[in-house]
Design a binder for this molecule. Structure first.
Ligand SMILES: NC(=O)c1ccc[n+]([C@@H]2O[C@H](COP(=O)([O-])OP(=O)(O)OC[C@H]3O[C@@H](n4cnc5c(N)ncnc54)[C@H](OP(=O)(O)O)[C@@H]3O)[C@@H](O)[C@H]2O)c1
Length: 329
Protein backbone atom coordinates (compact mmCIF):
# COMPACT_ATOMS: atom_id res chain seq x y z
CA UNK A 1 0.00 0.00 0.00
CA UNK A 2 1.24 3.45 -0.84
CA UNK A 3 -0.17 6.76 0.27
CA UNK A 4 -0.84 8.84 -2.85
CA UNK A 5 -1.46 12.56 -2.98
CA UNK A 6 -3.31 14.36 -5.75
CA UNK A 7 -4.45 17.90 -6.48
CA UNK A 8 -8.08 18.12 -7.53
CA UNK A 9 -10.08 20.97 -9.02
CA UNK A 10 -12.19 21.91 -5.99
CA UNK A 11 -13.97 24.70 -7.83
CA UNK A 12 -13.98 25.77 -11.48
CA UNK A 13 -11.72 28.77 -11.97
CA UNK A 14 -13.53 32.05 -12.20
CA UNK A 15 -11.03 34.49 -13.70
CA UNK A 16 -7.49 33.97 -12.45
CA UNK A 17 -7.09 30.73 -10.40
CA UNK A 18 -6.77 31.02 -6.62
CA UNK A 19 -5.54 28.69 -3.85
CA UNK A 20 -9.05 27.74 -2.76
CA UNK A 21 -9.82 26.35 -6.25
CA UNK A 22 -7.48 23.42 -5.52
CA UNK A 23 -7.80 20.60 -3.01
CA UNK A 24 -5.04 18.24 -1.84
CA UNK A 25 -6.41 14.71 -1.59
CA UNK A 26 -4.69 11.77 0.10
CA UNK A 27 -5.63 8.15 -0.59
CA UNK A 28 -4.23 4.64 -0.23
CA UNK A 29 -3.43 2.95 -3.54
CA UNK A 30 -3.82 -0.82 -3.95
CA UNK A 31 -0.87 -3.05 -4.86
CA UNK A 32 -0.41 -3.42 -8.61
CA UNK A 33 -1.99 -6.60 -10.02
CA UNK A 34 -0.58 -8.79 -12.78
CA UNK A 35 0.22 -6.63 -15.81
CA UNK A 36 0.25 -3.43 -13.74
CA UNK A 37 2.92 -1.08 -12.41
CA UNK A 38 3.10 1.42 -9.57
CA UNK A 39 4.44 4.82 -10.62
CA UNK A 40 5.97 7.59 -8.56
CA UNK A 41 6.20 11.10 -10.00
CA UNK A 42 9.67 12.58 -10.42
CA UNK A 43 8.90 15.75 -12.42
CA UNK A 44 5.45 17.21 -13.04
CA UNK A 45 4.41 19.76 -15.62
CA UNK A 46 2.29 22.87 -15.32
CA UNK A 47 1.11 24.14 -18.71
CA UNK A 48 -1.13 26.94 -19.95
CA UNK A 49 -3.61 24.48 -21.56
CA UNK A 50 -4.67 23.33 -18.09
CA UNK A 51 -6.49 26.63 -17.64
CA UNK A 52 -8.86 26.41 -20.67
CA UNK A 53 -9.12 22.60 -20.49
CA UNK A 54 -10.12 22.78 -16.83
CA UNK A 55 -13.43 24.18 -18.08
CA UNK A 56 -13.92 22.02 -21.17
CA UNK A 57 -12.56 18.68 -19.98
CA UNK A 58 -12.88 18.61 -16.21
CA UNK A 59 -15.59 18.71 -13.61
CA UNK A 60 -15.20 19.82 -10.00
CA UNK A 61 -13.57 17.08 -7.94
CA UNK A 62 -11.47 15.71 -10.83
CA UNK A 63 -7.72 15.37 -10.47
CA UNK A 64 -6.00 18.22 -12.34
CA UNK A 65 -4.98 17.07 -15.81
CA UNK A 66 -1.35 16.97 -16.87
CA UNK A 67 1.73 14.99 -17.72
CA UNK A 68 4.65 13.92 -15.58
CA UNK A 69 7.87 11.96 -15.72
CA UNK A 70 7.38 9.02 -13.39
CA UNK A 71 9.55 6.20 -12.12
CA UNK A 72 8.34 2.61 -11.98
CA UNK A 73 8.70 1.60 -8.31
CA UNK A 74 6.81 -1.73 -8.44
CA UNK A 75 6.21 -3.80 -11.53
CA UNK A 76 4.16 -6.77 -12.55
CA UNK A 77 4.54 -5.83 -16.21
CA UNK A 78 7.78 -6.92 -17.90
CA UNK A 79 7.56 -4.07 -20.42
CA UNK A 80 8.14 -1.57 -17.57
CA UNK A 81 10.87 -2.81 -15.21
CA UNK A 82 11.40 -1.30 -11.77
CA UNK A 83 13.61 1.78 -12.04
CA UNK A 84 12.58 2.63 -15.61
CA UNK A 85 11.03 6.02 -16.41
CA UNK A 86 7.94 6.92 -18.40
CA UNK A 87 5.91 9.94 -19.41
CA UNK A 88 2.40 9.53 -18.07
CA UNK A 89 -0.78 11.57 -18.34
CA UNK A 90 -2.06 10.84 -14.84
CA UNK A 91 -2.20 14.49 -13.92
CA UNK A 92 -1.26 16.13 -10.64
CA UNK A 93 -0.61 12.93 -8.63
CA UNK A 94 2.36 11.63 -6.69
CA UNK A 95 1.54 7.97 -7.47
CA UNK A 96 -0.60 5.98 -9.86
CA UNK A 97 -1.26 2.36 -10.77
CA UNK A 98 -1.22 1.69 -14.52
CA UNK A 99 -1.58 -1.28 -16.83
CA UNK A 100 0.98 0.36 -19.11
CA UNK A 101 -1.29 1.02 -22.08
CA UNK A 102 -1.22 4.79 -21.60
CA UNK A 103 2.47 5.13 -20.75
CA UNK A 104 5.24 6.38 -23.04
CA UNK A 105 8.66 5.04 -22.10
CA UNK A 106 11.44 7.62 -22.07
CA UNK A 107 13.43 7.13 -25.29
CA UNK A 108 16.00 4.36 -24.74
CA UNK A 109 18.89 6.55 -25.95
CA UNK A 110 18.16 9.34 -23.41
CA UNK A 111 21.64 10.67 -22.48
CA UNK A 112 22.66 10.33 -18.84
CA UNK A 113 23.78 13.95 -18.66
CA UNK A 114 20.40 15.34 -19.78
CA UNK A 115 17.77 15.82 -17.07
CA UNK A 116 14.65 13.72 -17.55
CA UNK A 117 12.64 16.87 -16.87
CA UNK A 118 13.35 17.89 -20.48
CA UNK A 119 10.87 15.20 -21.49
CA UNK A 120 8.21 17.68 -20.33
CA UNK A 121 9.80 20.64 -22.12
CA UNK A 122 12.36 21.04 -24.88
CA UNK A 123 12.40 17.31 -25.69
CA UNK A 124 8.72 16.86 -24.94
CA UNK A 125 5.34 18.30 -25.81
CA UNK A 126 6.39 22.00 -25.89
CA UNK A 127 9.43 21.26 -28.08
CA UNK A 128 7.24 19.23 -30.44
CA UNK A 129 4.76 22.10 -30.58
CA UNK A 130 7.51 24.50 -31.62
CA UNK A 131 8.83 22.11 -34.26
CA UNK A 132 5.45 21.34 -35.84
CA UNK A 133 4.36 24.97 -35.77
CA UNK A 134 7.48 25.95 -37.68
CA UNK A 135 7.74 23.04 -40.11
CA UNK A 136 4.19 21.79 -40.64
CA UNK A 137 2.14 24.96 -40.21
CA UNK A 138 4.40 27.84 -41.21
CA UNK A 139 6.79 25.92 -43.50
CA UNK A 140 9.35 28.53 -42.46
CA UNK A 141 11.97 29.22 -45.13
CA UNK A 142 15.59 30.34 -44.83
CA UNK A 143 15.92 34.13 -44.90
CA UNK A 144 12.40 34.81 -43.64
CA UNK A 145 11.58 36.95 -40.61
CA UNK A 146 9.64 35.33 -37.78
CA UNK A 147 7.94 36.97 -34.81
CA UNK A 148 7.20 34.91 -31.70
CA UNK A 149 5.55 36.10 -28.48
CA UNK A 150 5.80 34.53 -25.01
CA UNK A 151 9.23 33.95 -26.50
CA UNK A 152 11.12 33.13 -23.29
CA UNK A 153 8.71 30.34 -22.35
CA UNK A 154 8.76 26.60 -22.99
CA UNK A 155 7.44 26.74 -26.56
CA UNK A 156 8.63 30.22 -27.55
CA UNK A 157 12.28 29.68 -26.61
CA UNK A 158 12.41 26.57 -28.80
CA UNK A 159 10.58 28.32 -31.65
CA UNK A 160 13.17 31.09 -31.80
CA UNK A 161 16.10 28.70 -31.69
CA UNK A 162 14.75 26.39 -34.40
CA UNK A 163 14.08 29.44 -36.58
CA UNK A 164 17.73 30.44 -36.12
CA UNK A 165 18.84 26.89 -37.03
CA UNK A 166 16.82 27.36 -40.23
CA UNK A 167 18.63 30.60 -41.07
CA UNK A 168 15.87 33.09 -40.28
CA UNK A 169 15.73 36.47 -38.60
CA UNK A 170 13.93 36.09 -35.27
CA UNK A 171 12.14 38.72 -33.21
CA UNK A 172 10.78 37.80 -29.78
CA UNK A 173 8.73 39.52 -27.11
CA UNK A 174 8.63 38.65 -23.43
CA UNK A 175 7.45 40.13 -20.15
CA UNK A 176 10.65 41.16 -18.33
CA UNK A 177 14.07 42.62 -19.06
CA UNK A 178 15.73 39.47 -17.71
CA UNK A 179 13.74 37.42 -20.23
CA UNK A 180 14.75 39.80 -23.03
CA UNK A 181 18.41 39.33 -22.03
CA UNK A 182 17.87 35.55 -22.14
CA UNK A 183 16.43 35.78 -25.67
CA UNK A 184 19.55 37.64 -26.80
CA UNK A 185 21.65 34.88 -25.20
CA UNK A 186 19.70 32.36 -27.24
CA UNK A 187 20.57 34.19 -30.46
CA UNK A 188 17.33 36.08 -31.13
CA UNK A 189 18.12 38.98 -33.47
CA UNK A 190 15.73 41.37 -31.75
CA UNK A 191 13.83 41.13 -28.48
CA UNK A 192 11.74 43.52 -26.44
CA UNK A 193 9.76 43.68 -23.21
CA UNK A 194 6.13 44.04 -24.25
CA UNK A 195 5.21 45.28 -20.77
CA UNK A 196 7.52 48.30 -20.79
CA UNK A 197 7.71 49.44 -24.43
CA UNK A 198 5.89 52.73 -24.84
CA UNK A 199 4.22 51.46 -28.02
CA UNK A 200 3.90 47.85 -29.18
CA UNK A 201 3.35 49.17 -32.69
CA UNK A 202 6.65 51.09 -32.62
CA UNK A 203 8.52 48.17 -31.08
CA UNK A 204 7.37 45.80 -33.83
CA UNK A 205 8.21 48.34 -36.54
CA UNK A 206 11.67 49.02 -35.08
CA UNK A 207 12.49 45.31 -34.73
CA UNK A 208 11.65 44.60 -38.37
CA UNK A 209 10.91 47.69 -40.50
CA UNK A 210 10.07 45.46 -43.50
CA UNK A 211 7.47 43.50 -41.54
CA UNK A 212 7.15 39.80 -40.77
CA UNK A 213 6.78 36.76 -43.01
CA UNK A 214 5.63 34.58 -40.14
CA UNK A 215 4.05 34.95 -36.72
CA UNK A 216 4.17 32.14 -34.16
CA UNK A 217 1.22 33.20 -32.03
CA UNK A 218 1.23 32.20 -28.36
CA UNK A 219 -0.51 35.21 -26.83
CA UNK A 220 -3.48 36.41 -28.91
CA UNK A 221 -5.67 39.33 -27.80
CA UNK A 222 -4.32 42.86 -28.18
CA UNK A 223 -0.82 41.69 -29.15
CA UNK A 224 -2.26 39.76 -32.06
CA UNK A 225 -4.30 42.72 -33.28
CA UNK A 226 -1.22 44.94 -33.42
CA UNK A 227 1.08 42.24 -34.83
CA UNK A 228 -1.25 41.51 -37.77
CA UNK A 229 -0.73 45.08 -38.95
CA UNK A 230 3.00 44.32 -39.30
CA UNK A 231 2.66 41.15 -41.36
CA UNK A 232 3.95 41.23 -44.92
CA UNK A 233 1.50 40.48 -47.71
CA UNK A 234 0.88 36.72 -47.88
CA UNK A 235 2.27 36.37 -44.33
CA UNK A 236 1.60 33.13 -42.42
CA UNK A 237 0.41 32.86 -38.85
CA UNK A 238 0.56 29.70 -36.74
CA UNK A 239 -2.00 30.08 -33.96
CA UNK A 240 -0.51 27.97 -31.21
CA UNK A 241 -1.93 29.65 -28.12
CA UNK A 242 -3.82 32.64 -26.82
CA UNK A 243 -2.67 32.89 -23.22
CA UNK A 244 -3.69 36.54 -22.82
CA UNK A 245 -7.36 35.51 -22.82
CA UNK A 246 -7.27 32.23 -20.85
CA UNK A 247 -8.19 33.87 -17.54
CA UNK A 248 -10.84 36.23 -18.85
CA UNK A 249 -14.10 35.90 -16.94
CA UNK A 250 -15.80 37.88 -19.73
CA UNK A 251 -14.65 37.22 -23.32
CA UNK A 252 -12.72 40.07 -24.95
CA UNK A 253 -14.29 41.60 -28.03
CA UNK A 254 -12.79 43.16 -31.21
CA UNK A 255 -11.17 44.81 -33.02
CA UNK A 256 -11.78 41.98 -35.46
CA UNK A 257 -8.94 40.93 -37.75
CA UNK A 258 -10.76 40.00 -40.95
CA UNK A 259 -10.12 43.14 -43.00
CA UNK A 260 -6.41 42.97 -42.21
CA UNK A 261 -6.36 39.30 -43.18
CA UNK A 262 -8.08 40.10 -46.49
CA UNK A 263 -6.01 43.13 -47.47
CA UNK A 264 -2.71 41.47 -46.62
CA UNK A 265 -3.92 38.09 -47.94
CA UNK A 266 -2.71 36.40 -44.76
CA UNK A 267 -2.91 32.70 -44.01
CA UNK A 268 -3.80 31.85 -40.40
CA UNK A 269 -3.96 28.29 -39.10
CA UNK A 270 -4.66 27.02 -35.61
CA UNK A 271 -3.04 23.77 -34.59
CA UNK A 272 -2.62 21.22 -31.82
CA UNK A 273 0.69 19.38 -31.67
CA UNK A 274 -1.18 16.08 -31.28
CA UNK A 275 -2.07 16.26 -35.01
CA UNK A 276 1.41 14.91 -35.76
CA UNK A 277 1.56 12.29 -32.97
CA UNK A 278 2.68 9.71 -35.54
CA UNK A 279 5.89 11.75 -35.93
CA UNK A 280 6.63 12.18 -32.22
CA UNK A 281 9.34 9.50 -31.79
CA UNK A 282 11.36 10.77 -34.77
CA UNK A 283 10.79 14.42 -33.82
CA UNK A 284 11.94 13.85 -30.22
CA UNK A 285 15.16 12.34 -31.57
CA UNK A 286 15.72 15.45 -33.71
CA UNK A 287 15.12 17.75 -30.73
CA UNK A 288 17.48 15.71 -28.56
CA UNK A 289 20.15 15.79 -31.29
CA UNK A 290 19.97 19.61 -31.36
CA UNK A 291 20.23 19.67 -27.55
CA UNK A 292 23.32 17.47 -27.65
CA UNK A 293 24.88 19.61 -30.42
CA UNK A 294 24.33 22.72 -28.29
CA UNK A 295 22.01 24.24 -30.91
CA UNK A 296 18.99 24.05 -28.63
CA UNK A 297 19.65 25.56 -25.24
CA UNK A 298 17.17 25.15 -22.45
CA UNK A 299 16.32 26.67 -19.14
CA UNK A 300 13.79 25.49 -16.59
CA UNK A 301 11.91 27.15 -13.78
CA UNK A 302 11.88 24.40 -11.18
CA UNK A 303 9.53 24.50 -8.19
CA UNK A 304 10.40 22.03 -5.46
CA UNK A 305 7.67 20.02 -3.77
CA UNK A 306 4.41 18.48 -4.97
CA UNK A 307 2.49 20.60 -2.42
CA UNK A 308 3.55 23.70 -4.36
CA UNK A 309 1.92 22.71 -7.66
CA UNK A 310 -0.95 25.22 -7.54
CA UNK A 311 1.51 28.03 -6.78
CA UNK A 312 3.74 26.88 -9.65
CA UNK A 313 0.76 26.79 -12.01
CA UNK A 314 -0.43 30.26 -11.05
CA UNK A 315 3.15 31.57 -11.18
CA UNK A 316 3.56 30.24 -14.73
CA UNK A 317 0.33 31.93 -15.82
CA UNK A 318 1.73 35.18 -14.39
CA UNK A 319 5.05 34.82 -16.19
CA UNK A 320 7.34 33.79 -13.31
CA UNK A 321 8.99 31.17 -15.50
CA UNK A 322 11.85 31.55 -17.93
CA UNK A 323 11.86 28.36 -19.98
CA UNK A 324 9.72 25.40 -18.96
CA UNK A 325 7.89 25.48 -15.62
CA UNK A 326 8.31 22.10 -13.90
CA UNK A 327 7.83 20.71 -10.42
CA UNK A 328 10.43 18.43 -8.85
CA UNK A 329 8.36 16.10 -6.66
N1 LIG B 1 -1.34 24.29 -29.83
C1 LIG B 1 -0.65 23.45 -29.08
O1 LIG B 1 -0.58 22.24 -29.36
C2 LIG B 1 0.07 23.99 -27.87
C3 LIG B 1 0.95 23.19 -27.13
C4 LIG B 1 1.65 23.77 -26.06
C5 LIG B 1 1.45 25.11 -25.74
N2 LIG B 1 0.56 25.83 -26.46
C6 LIG B 1 0.37 27.27 -26.18
O2 LIG B 1 1.61 27.91 -26.35
C7 LIG B 1 1.70 29.04 -25.50
C8 LIG B 1 2.97 28.95 -24.67
O3 LIG B 1 2.89 27.80 -23.84
P1 LIG B 1 4.15 27.36 -22.96
O4 LIG B 1 3.87 26.00 -22.44
O5 LIG B 1 5.40 27.62 -23.71
O6 LIG B 1 4.06 28.38 -21.74
P2 LIG B 1 5.20 29.37 -21.26
O7 LIG B 1 5.45 30.34 -22.37
O8 LIG B 1 6.35 28.60 -20.74
O9 LIG B 1 4.51 30.09 -20.03
C9 LIG B 1 3.47 30.98 -20.22
C10 LIG B 1 4.01 32.40 -20.48
O10 LIG B 1 2.98 33.18 -21.06
C11 LIG B 1 3.27 34.54 -20.83
N3 LIG B 1 2.02 35.25 -20.55
C12 LIG B 1 1.13 35.05 -19.54
N4 LIG B 1 0.11 35.92 -19.63
C13 LIG B 1 0.38 36.71 -20.70
C14 LIG B 1 -0.29 37.81 -21.31
N5 LIG B 1 -1.44 38.29 -20.83
N6 LIG B 1 0.28 38.39 -22.40
C15 LIG B 1 1.44 37.92 -22.90
N7 LIG B 1 2.12 36.88 -22.37
C16 LIG B 1 1.59 36.29 -21.28
C17 LIG B 1 4.22 34.60 -19.62
O11 LIG B 1 5.46 35.11 -20.07
P3 LIG B 1 5.76 36.71 -20.14
O12 LIG B 1 6.61 37.01 -18.95
O13 LIG B 1 6.48 36.84 -21.42
O14 LIG B 1 4.45 37.42 -20.09
C18 LIG B 1 4.38 33.14 -19.21
O15 LIG B 1 5.69 32.84 -18.79
C19 LIG B 1 0.41 29.03 -24.67
O16 LIG B 1 -0.51 29.90 -25.28
C20 LIG B 1 -0.07 27.60 -24.78
O17 LIG B 1 -1.45 27.49 -24.59
C21 LIG B 1 -0.13 25.30 -27.51
Amino acid sequence: MVQAKSWTLAKHFDGFPKDSDFHLKVEELPEPRDGEVLLESVFLSVDPYMRPYSRSRMKEGDVMIGTQVAKVIQSKNPAFPVGSHVVSSYGWRTHAVSDGTDLTPIMPSWPQDVSLSLALGTVGMPGLTALYGIEEVLALQKGETLLVNAAAGAVGSVVGQIAKIKGCKVVGSAGSDAKVAYLKELGFDEAFNYKTVSSLDEALKKASPDGYDCLFENVGGHFSTVALQHMKNFGRIAVCGSISVYNDATPQTGPYPHLMIIFKQLKMEGFLQSRWAHKHPESLKRLMAWVKEGKLQHREHVTKGFENMPAAFMGMLQGENTGKAVIAA
